[in-house]
Design a protein around this ligand. Structure first.
Ligand code: 5GP
Ligand code: ZN
Length: 113
């Protein structure tokens, strides 16, 4: 298995895990872009959002629900947070195991860069 996020989910590579259940794992981004920057991933390997089909509808919902739980835990539920999922080259996806960025703890800008 050469996918770094599969290895984090399997406990083979250390990560600061903040939340997990049977379907998803959430851990702190190694290069945080905001005071709270957590990545939520499915335990199942899926390349990216483009590969999330109808068969993954429940799983996609679980990523968003887990992000809400992380936001409550991290104290940014009230102040607000941003969810980001990058697909492909122009969005600068760099890890090809789908992940939801949970960003918060500072004002966010719009449009995003
Ligand atoms: P992407 O650019 O693909 O949307 O996001 C990948 C994210 O994964 C980046 O924010 C990067 O900092 C993070 N990342 C890459 N490798 C590791 C790692 O080994 N551990 C952790 N915790 N985060 C990682
Ligand atoms: Zn993977």
């Amino acid at each position: 298995m050469d996918c770094i996020f599969c290895r984090i989910a399997a406990g083979e590579i250390p990560a600061q895990i903040v939340y997990q259940n049977e379907d998803v794992v959430a851990f702190r981004d190694v290069n945080p872009q905001s005071p709270v920057h957590v990545l939520v991933i499915p335990r199942e390997h899926v390349q990216g959002p483009l590969a999330l089909g109808d068969g993954h509808a429940a799983l996609a919902g679980k990523l968003i629900a887990a992000a809400a739980e992380v936001a409550r835990q991290e104290g940014i539920a009230e102040s607000g947070y941003r969810l980001v999922m990058n697909e492909g080259r122009q969005a600068q996806q760099s890890v090809f195991h789908v992940h939801l960025h949970v960003l918060g703890g500072r004002p966010m800008h719009w449009p995003p860069g």
